[in-house]
Design a protein around this ligand. Structure first.
Ligand SMILES: [Zn+2]
Length: 663
């Protein structure tokens, strides 16, 4: 089956998220991408279904619930709301939300297991291997080194042996290879396809699919001592949510056309184990598994201990949902890894949303209001369009086709680039046709054509941008004087110049006010500092001591003479672990070596500092930062240059020897 033959039916799933996790940018990214794809397919009139949900079984849930004095299901019921709230905030249009603790899922999982036992594809055996309790995973001997630590989480492994049911994964090796050779688009992007193929070709082993150690799970039919392996349980959600095994209408529409979106870390579960299980059940494997990349944050790996986990609630609150949605979909070629930076987001808002798109709308509506009292000219004026008008019309129509082709390949960023080419052409058209001159000298037809052409471009923009930033699309739609919501549009009906009847535009609030970067930077720095202080109170104490800029009362010469200030040479510089702002400086004071800890790391590289002759207050009482004793303080000037804090160290000529006193 090719993509084109299935055009009218589209069933898309996110992975189900681990219910006890705090939702972060990774969850938001997958779900926003799926939302844009689902909205696109609805708009083109496809029979569309979009599923997300939560994975609620496993040892970690059980332990977390015990710690909080709750039952596992009480914990699940409480924390599942974190996801449900986030999807509401982010305008996610999922048709269903499945939880693996629901009866509709449990009975299907047991049905799968029962059928596979009957067919002999699941059999009883003994499993022995290195087991990681937190990861709930056995690792084959080949993957475990001499240190016997978990290859994933690096915690100690336990040698375990247990009675276990196995799925005959090895039996499906050839069928999987054959399937993927015939369907090279079934795993995307291509790099993932190659990775999975070489994994399958390296040889598949039967998979343990039950546990006797786990209580919070789905019991194996006919043997309550075992629960179903959580990964098998989780994968079955895609099928239990669409009415298997009764196979009603929903099933018929969805299952033959199922596509899974996943992060690249779970590609093998979805493109090796899951299709093999489906084949064993006599069901079609997924039409496509697409693995997207991961986000770093400001160039750093995201982690709780670094305090740099991007909170999508916070981003939506500060920048607005659509700015956040637009940024994550546009910034990175879909399928690649990307870097999240708030400054990059602000720049996108200013250039793409405020400038390109916002200006096209504002300029057009202003002119329609100024020259035509807000009333749109009739479509009949298009009969006398000139080449420049037709060229823009043709671009609008071909942009739709172009974006459609890119969305078929899940190239979300590519689709947005194509749309912004149209927006750019719209702005250029204004510059070239100079409607303000027409307005003055030629009050009739030529101006009508230009204004209506621009209005039609914006109508296309509102519809084409809807899957990505639905709220903004609706605002453009309303300002253009159109009734209803772009989500109700079906693009076979989008004929250019189809308009009949009177339309009055209603210029409204600016879509995206320009963000003033120096002002933004002050707020941003304050948030980062608060985050840093929460993580590292010592950094704050030193920072505020060093940068206290208030005026002070007059002092006597004797007060000053209490300070012992000397020239010191910076010999070497070390970063202090887990303290982003701190350096440990090793100094030569002439008469002795000194260590000073200073929060200047964000301003200087070690190369900037090594060899410099600086001024140091030597007789300051020692203080400890991050367990390192600091003896003294270096002198520096501090200022704000409008983009943030800058500092300059007090230095002396290179000819001065270390230890020279300062009076
Ligand atoms: Zn582990």
């Amino acid at each position: 089956m090719s993509e084109k033959e299935n055009k009218q039916r589209f069933y898309l799933t996110t992975p189900i998220y681990y219910v006890n996790d705090v939702p972060h940018i990774g969850h938001a990214y997958t779900t926003i991408a799926c939302d844009a794809l689902a909205r696109w397919h609805r708009m083109r009139g496809d029979d569309t279904r979009f599923l997300t949900g939560t994975d609620e079984h496993g040892q970690k849930i059980q332990s977390a619930a015990e710690k909080r004095g709750m039952t596992p299901i009480q914990l699940c019921d409480e924390v599942v709301t974190n996801y449900k709230k986030l999807w509401e905030v982010l305008d996610i249009s999922n048709d269903d939300f499945i939880r693996t603790t629901e009866e509709r899922h449990i009975h299907v999982t047991r049905y799968f297991f029962q059928k596979l036992m009957e067919s002999g594809d699941i059999y009883m055996g003994t499993y022995e291997g290195w087991y990681c309790t937190p990861c709930e995973t056995y690792f084959p001997d080949a993957q475990v080194g001499d240190d016997k630590i978990c290859p994933d989480c690096k915690r100690p492994l336990t040698r375990m042996s247990e009675e276990s049911y196995f799925f005959r994964l090895s039996k499906y090796q050839d069928a999987l290879i054959e399937h993927y050779e015939a369907h090279p688009d079934a795993i995307m992007p291509r790099s993932r396809y190659n990775e999975v193929m070489s994994f399958i070709r390296s040889g598949l082993q039967d998979l343990s699919v039950s546990r006797t150690t786990l209580k919070w799970g789905i019991p194996v039919p006919g043997n309550d001592r075992h629960t179903v392996y959580v990964w098998l349980d989780a994968l079955i959600n895609y099928i239990s949510a669409v009415g298997y095994p009764e196979k009603g209408e929903k099933w018929e529409t969805c299952w033959p056309n199922v596509r899974h979106m996943v992060g690249k870390d779970i590609i093998r579960f979805h493109s090796v184990i899951w299709p093999a299980v489906l084949m064993a059940m006599g069901l079609n494997p997924p039409v496509r598994v697409f693995a997207h990349g991961w986000w770093t944050v400001e160039g750093d790996k995201m982690s709780k201990s670094k305090g740099n986990v991007v909170n999508p609630f916070e981003m939506a609150d500060i920048y607005g949902v659509d700015a956040f949605r637009y940024f994550v979909l546009r910034e990175v070629p879909f399928g690649n890894d990307g870097d999240f930076s708030e400054l990059a987001l602000v720049n996108r808002v200013n250039s793409d949303l405020a400038n390109d798109m916002g200006n096209l709308l504002n300029r057009t509506l202003q002119m329609i209001e100024k020259y035509r009292d807000g009333k749109l000219p009739p479509s009949s004026v298009f009969d006398r369009s000139s080449d420049i008008d037709s060229a823009l019309r043709n671009l609008a129509v071909s942009t739709l086709a172009d974006m459609d082709a890119r969305m078929d390949d899940f190239s979300l960023d590519g689709a947005l680039k194509a749309l912004w080419t149209l927006i750019g052409a719209g702005n250029k058209y204004i510059d070239e046709t100079q409607p303000w001159k027409l307005g003055k000298d030629d009050p009739d037809e030529r101006l009508d054509i230009v204004l209506l052409t621009l209005w039609e471009v914006l109508r296309f923009v509102a519809m084409l941008v809807h899957p990505f930033i639905p709220n903004t699309a609706a605002r453009i739609h309303a300002q253009l004087g159109l009734a209803g919501n772009p989500s109700e549009e079906r693009y076979p009906d989008w004929n250019w110049g189809k308009l009949t009847g009177e339309v009055m535009v209603k210029k409204g609030e600016v879509l995206f006010p320009r963000i003033d970067i120096p002002k933004w930077k002050i707020g941003y720095d304050a948030r980062m500092k608060a985050r840093q202080v929460a993580l590292d109170p010592a950094a704050d104490k030193e920072a505020s001591a060093a940068f206290d800029a208030e005026h002070k009362p007059q002092i006597e010469i004797d007060d000053f003479s209490k300070l012992e200030i000397r020239v010191a040479k910076i010999e070497s510089v070390e970063s202090v672990e887990k303290a982003k702002k701190l350096y440990k400086l090793n100094l030569d004071l002439g008469f002795e070596r000194r260590v000073i800890v200073s929060s200047i790391r964000e301003f200087f590289t070690p190369e900037d500092l090594i060899g410099k002759k600086i001024l140091v207050l030597c007789n300051l009482k020692p203080a400890k930062f991050r367990g390192i004793e600091s003896n003294g303080m270096l002198l520096a000037a501090e200022a704000d240059d409008g983009t943030g804090e800058i500092i300059s160290l007090a230095t002396v000529d290179d000819s001065f020897p270390p230890g020279a006193p300062v009076h």
